[in-house]
Design a protein around this ligand. Structure first.
Ligand SMILES: Nc1ncnc2c1ncn2[C@@H]1O[C@H](COP(=O)(O)OP(=O)(O)OP(=O)(O)O)[C@@H](O)[C@H]1O
Ligand SMILES: [Mg+2]
Length: 420
């Protein structure tokens, strides 16, 4: 009996000790969790310092390593966001929370001069080819029910289509402008740039079903019968965009070694990535009516860069929408001698590119068939292409020449930054 109670007593002591140990471990892990939450509350300072620390250290390491090894380094030094450790890349989409999000250390630049694949994967492609095709088909078959101001100057009108959706109609001061708008749209498509709203051409004619409901209004606007106008999809909730600091004059430009590039939020990087496409696109088309006209205006307006960029808008998610491209290609090429030094200056400020855009450029450079491919795409996609016409041989030559020069610039950047 005595032995039994002694055993019972020992068992009781063991249980008590085990409970104390259990409570203590739980307390310790709670304390740890609390500490993490507390230090993460002020904008993720743990994560930020971790990412800053790693970004500076590993970037220096990166500079010392041959270019061929760079992608592996990116993967090895990846530090995930503490709050989304188990989350796959797509669930870290910045659109989901919209806030300035810390991304851990994944280098935004790959292979010397290209935006990294993880950034490309996060980019939600703007107007996909399929979406644009559907819109064009629908718009061609729609009646215009109303025309009113809302798309800029009086020669542009906001149209309400039969299904209630809207489009901007551009009458164009002359045919150059409608051609410029249309051909730049198809050039963007050739390059895989999806930031331009879909576009169709339409002929204003007395017996057109499409314009029947607004015939009086069309007469009032003094739009001539038979003219070919463009319609682009109208997008709601767009706002202005200020040119980012690295692309303003007097800054060092947007290149892979830019100080602070690796501290930018995912959202900022995604927008910069689209800016690099914009700069390539405006250089090719010699469109002076965006960033270049701002540079020009600096002569009398020193604060112009602090204001919204012409003909550029953004969605609430921060995706860029390139509107009003009528100065591109035709008009832009006519007045090239006046603007070329500004085009060169803007282009030389960029040495990071989207891989796909550069691949398509390289192909157009190698095959020297830009005129042919642009013409085919335009003819196959736009029933009124014959009526509006195409680039003159001279202008097609200017375009191919700009592709070649752009290609050289990309090679120059590669030479400069891949060997670092
Ligand atoms: N596709 C579109 N979707 C939504 N809004 C648009 C679109 N196109 C134009 N707009 C609106 O119309 C405004 C002027 O557009 P746009 O630049 O095409 O015309 P504009 O005659 O050149 O005007 P401005 O001289 O003010 O630049 C834009 O700032 C925007 O508010
Ligand atoms: Mg405009």
């Amino acid at each position: 009996m005595r032995a039994l109670s002694a055993n019972l007593f020992a068992l009781l002591i063991l249980c008590a000790l085990a409970s104390i140990f259990y409570v203590w471990s739980a307390l310790e892990s709670r304390l740890e969790q609390h500490k993490r939450r507390f230090s993460g509350a002020d904008g993720g300072s743990v994560h930020q310092s971790l990412s800053e620390d790693l970004s500076t250290k590993t970037f220096r390491a990166l500079l010392a390593v041959p270019a061929a090894h760079i992608p592996h380094l990116g993967a090895r030094f990846k530090v995930h966001n503490l709050t989304s450790q188990a989350a796959p890349a797509e669930s870290r989409n910045y659109h989901a929370n919209g806030e300035k999000m810390s991304i851990g250390w994944e280098d935004p630049v790959d292979d010397g001069i290209f935006w990294s694949k993880w950034l490309e994967d996060l980019f939600s492609v703007g107007f996909t080819e399929e979406y644009a095709r559907d819109w064009r088909q629908k718009a061609r078959a729609s009646r215009v029910m109303r025309l009113e101001p809302g798309c800029g100057r009086i020669s542009n009108q906001l149209a309400t289509l039969a299904d209630g959706t809207k489009a901007c109609v551009r009458y164009g001061i002359n045919a150059d402008q409608v051609q410029g708008e249309t051909l730049t749209y198809y050039l963007a498509s050739l390059l895989g740039i999806t930031n331009l709203p879909p576009l169709i051409l339409s002929r204003l004619s007395r017996d057109s079903e499409q314009w029947a409901a607004v015939r009086t209004r069309v007469g009032g606007l003094q739009w001539s019968d038979g003219a070919v106008v463009s319609l682009t999809e109208w997008i709601s909730n767009l706002t202005g965009v200020v040119t980012p600091a690295p692309l303003r004059q007097q800054s060092s430009g947007l290149h892979p070694a830019l100080e602070g590039l690796r501290n930018k939020s995912t959202q900022e990087l995604l927008q910069l990535m689209q800016w690099t496409d914009l700069i390539i696109f405006d250089y090719l088309t010699a469109n002076f009516d965006r960033l270049v006209s701002n540079l020009f205006s600096l002569q009398w307006d020193s604060r112009v860069m602090e204001r919204d960029t012409n003909n550029l808008l953004q969605t609430p998610r921060g995706d860029l929408v390139f509107i009003d491209n009528e100065a591109g290609l035709v008009h832009g090429f006519r007045v090239l001698s006046m603007w070329e030094k500004y085009h060169n200056s803007v282009l030389s400020s960029v040495c990071v590119f989207r891989r796909r855009t550069t691949q398509r450029l390289a192909e157009l450079h190698r095959r020297r068939d830009c005129r042919q491919r642009l013409l085919e795409l335009y003819r196959d996609s736009e029933p009124l292409s014959q009526e509006l016409g195409f680039l003159s041989d001279e202008h097609a030559g200017v375009l191919q020449d700009r592709i070649d020069r752009l290609y050289k610039h990309i090679l120059h950047c590669k030479g400069k930054y891949s060997q670092l």
